[in-house]
Design a protein around this ligand. Structure first.
Ligand code: NAP
Length: 293
């Protein structure tokens, strides 16, 4: 129940109608017994006024997503390390003179990968995609002591831009960028693959970024950032090839948990509750995919 003392947080996005964040955040608050409510704020334009208005209204914390993760940086009082590294913000925390920006996508992905038992240290990684999410993956890989990074994208110049950024800070990592079919040139095995394109996402769930089964035979783990459906064709192919798999839904839940913890002064959400929240969100996704939205 919302009370006169309820802490108010929310989400700024456009479009916003299908976001799972209100369900995710309100479920955490309910299970943690915290008087916090989380509401959607559809912002079609004028992000600057929206941020100033939210601050004036006393909103404690805000998630930021498409299309504002980069633009919002200029309206904040400062950034945490992950947000500076990735160049994008997904969480605002109220301070004395304005909001400070955080990126919980990066540590959320890191936590999900760790819990799945996928060890990045000394590994050969393939990153497919070169959009906003790929930047967070590249930062995670580079700071996790990987041996090599191969970035594949249908637009090789975009893969090259990520390559340049990583190479500048991590000169010891062997790194290359190529077009999507570049995997055919790879001679190694046991690659850990991050799928960070939107291919395979609902409603076009039959899509798969690499169709050829020979690719999956070279891999020991596949992480798909797409979370709808929770098991994409990419993950099914990885599983069939005997690789470990991780759905983007785990990253989604962990980034949300980390935002919630920032707004609640570091109160830790126990793994048991995180598991329950994951199930609630997964069931809602399943309900929508079954045509009951
Ligand atoms: P983005 O910046 O728009 O980048 C999209 C990427 O997908 C680009 O690399 C793009 O290639 C590629 N792509 C799109 N359509 C393609 C196609 N038909 N064939 C080949 N490549 C295609 O999006 P983003 O923010 O990086 O998000 C990417 C995915 O990650 C989305 O599905 C998003 O929902 C998911 N995501 C999940 C989480 C999570 O918490 N699990 C967090 C963030 C993002 P070009 O470079 O050639 O355009």
């Amino acid at each position: 129940m919302i009370t006169a003392k309820s802490k108010v947080c929310g989400l700024i996005a456009n479009p916003i109608g299908h976001s799972l964040s209100p369900l995710l955040q309100n479920t955490i608050s309910e299970k943690m017994g915290v008087d916090m409510t989380y509401v959607p704020f559809p912002v079609e334009e004028n992000l600057k006024d929206a941020i100033a208005g939210a601050y004036a209204l006393g909103i404690e914390g805000i998630n930021i997503t498409i299309p504002y993760k980069t633009e919002v940086v200029r309206y904040l009082t400062g950034l945490d390390e992950a947000a500076s590294q990735v160049g994008a913000v997904n969480t605002l925390v109220r301070g004395l003179a304005g909001y400070r920006g955080y990126n919980t996508d990066l540590p959320g992905l890191k936590k999900a990968v760790k819990i799945a038992g996928i060890d990045l240290k000394d590994s050969d990684v393939i990153l497919i995609g070169a959009g906003g999410a790929a930047k967070a993956v590249a930062c995670l890989c580079a700071s996790s002591g990987i041996k090599s990074l191969t970035i594949l994208d249908r637009t090789p110049e975009k893969a090259g831009t990520i390559l340049d950024t990583v190479a500048a800070s991590f000169p010891d990592i062997r790194i290359k960028a190529d077009m999507l079919s570049g995997w055919k040139k790879l001679k190694g095995k046991d690659y850990i693959v991050f799928q960070s394109t939107s291919v395979g996402m609902f409603p076009k769930t039959e899509g798969c970024i690499i169709d050829d089964d020979a690719f999956y035979g070279k891999c020991s783990a596949g992480i798909d950032l797409v979370y709808t459906p929770s098991e994409t064709v990419f993950l099914k192919k990885m599983k069939a090839a005997g690789a470990k798999t991780l759905s983007g839904l785990h990253m989604l839940v962990y980034q949300g948990v980390l935002s919630w913890e920032l707004w609640n002064l570091g109160t830790k959400v126990p793994e048991k509750i995180i598991g329950e929240v994951y199930e609630t969100v997964r069931k809602e996704l399943h309900r929508r995919e079954s045509g009951n939205s």
